[in-house]
Design a binder for this molecule. Structure first.
Ligand SMILES: [Zn+2]
Length: 69
């Protein structure tokens, strides 16, 4: 018997995405990819382009930026 529910309560906040995940950490890991412009180049929440991976603080700002008002 398959008892796997497949429930994924953590939806990606990006408006054009629609993916959802079973753990918030997985969602955040995926969400970062929306700000990866190319290999090793990232767009920060303030619009800056950086060669450093977004920090957890940046991730928080990404989420604020995409949260419904
Ligand atoms: Zn997404």
């Amino acid at each position: 018997m398959n008892i796997h529910t497949g429930r994924k309560p953590f939806a990606c906040p990006s408006p054009n995405c629609g993916k959802s995940f079973n753990a918030k950490s997985n969602m955040l890991r995926h969400f970062k990819l929306h700000f990866k412009l190319s290999s090793g180049v990232f767009l920060l929440p303030n619009g800056e382009v950086t060669h450093t991976k977004p920090s957890s603080k940046d991730l928080h700002l990404y989420l604020e930026r995409y949260s419904p008002i």
